[in-house]
Ligand binder design. Structure first.
Ligand code: FES
Length: 113
């Protein structure tokens, strides 16, 4: 049983290198496409958050939006999302997929599973 759990854990955590940790300054965001997945990266308070790069409304590219604190505003129709949770502020039941990130040896990684 323990062996099965370890195998499941290994399959679920697949860290993919994104960029050097210093390449994303504080309060900045950038698009990224690990394994073809459209992701928006944003650093706030020293932490790098990763959410879907396409708006939940009509899929506009969020990296062209505005980042203010933990909020990103879509450039197309001003929907606002919390980058920590991916939630749409006006209707929290709606939102964006979020991904785990980690920094190790000066490099930034994402888990897209
Ligand atoms: S596409 Fe983002 S608010 Fe409409």
């Amino acid at each position: 049983m323990k062996e099965v759990k370890e195998n499941l854990t290994k399959k679920m955590v697949n860290w993919i290198y994104l960029l050097d940790d210093t390449a994303l300054p504080e309060s900045q965001m950038t698009p990224s496409y690990p394994m073809g997945v459209n992701v928006l990266l944003a650093r706030v308070g020293g932490v790098v958050y990763a959410i879907s790069g396409m708006c939940a409304h009509m899929a506009c590219p969020l990296f062209t939006g505005r980042l203010e604190g933990y909020l990103i505003t879509c450039p197309c129709h001003d929907w606002r999302f919390d980058i920590r949770t991916g939630k749409f502020l006006e209707v929290p039941e709606l939102g964006l997929v979020t991904y785990s990130t980690k920094s190790e040896d000066g490099k930034l990684f994402i888990n897209i599973n």
